[in-house]
Design a protein around this ligand. Sequence first.
Ligand code: KG4
Ligand code: ZN
Length: 341
Amino acid sequence: MNLLGIDTSFDDTAAAVVADGRTILSNVVSSRLELHEHFGGIVPEVAFREHVLRIQTVVEEALARANTPLDKLDAVAVTYGPGLLGSLMVGVSFARALAVGRGLPTVLVNHLEGHLYSPFLSDGAEPRFPHCAMIVSGGHTSLYRVEAWGKYTMLGNSRDDAAGEAFDKVAKFLGLGYPGGPIVDQYAQRAKAGLPDLPRPMLHSDDYDFSFSGLKTAVIARLVKAEKDRETIPAEDVCRGVLEAVVEVLTSKAMAAALDHGLSQLTLSGGVAANATLRDALAREAEKQGIEFLAAPRTLATDNAAMIAGVGWHLLSARGPSPLDQDVMARLPLGPRESHP
Ligand code: KG4
Ligand code: ZN
């Protein structure tokens, strides 16, 4: 069964064709990075207009690369939230028009559900239910227990900024560019020393929640102090300090969530999953505890539509098509939150 997946939740316009939730026939992601760099971040109105301009070309390219003409398509999966309302509406409207025109079923997918599925798009990776999953992106830092595709319990969440957002803000403050995650990553690799006195927010909070909004402030305070003390801290060392602080908190909370809930498989997805330091730290800790660790392939860690088509196939098989009047949602939680004792 060939599913066309569409994701326009944020800044990237993405379309992909995936067979039976498993085999990626094509995966096209179009981003106008130079526009977002120009504005120093995402401007919703700019993102929305770009989706309108590009959606048809991106879908046509995905179908062409997959060698799948419209009459070989069996269903359309599309992200309906969370994200920027205007952006989401472009994808959902396009998907519906196409599906109705061709008499195909549509399945509406939560963007986060797509991220949770992305580690299983690599060869031989099989989910064990229930398993523990961490999503770390520019918009989310969350831990889930995944009971089945379509059934999730939130174990923890960021109370303010996401981890990726912390990288983006620090990079912006240091004048290094956008998006900050990959830049902080590159700078950190060239560092001679770190910045070990940066805080590890909520490391010992005895729950699975995160808080990263204070990191940028801590960096600023540290740099002001350094200036007073006539000490120079290279940007590389600042980046390594921030990366180490974030990785330590993420690793510790993810391991605690998996161990406390007796879950023997742990996955990592979302844009920050592209980070080698984080992947390595989690792989090391998981191995020590006999937990199987799976990270999304780097190319599928950041936003894409293959993950939407992939999980969409399971949702369609389990629940059937989504109703046509279901609306887009800027905020869309993924399952109930487990209360912490
Ligand atoms: O999942 P994603 O593409 O979009 C959202 O749904 O947010 O994640 C984007 C985030 C950005 O904050 C970006 O700075 C971060 O992922 N990121 C990274 C790396 N590559 C992307 N963070 C750390 N290291 C990386 N290599
Ligand atoms: Zn995302």
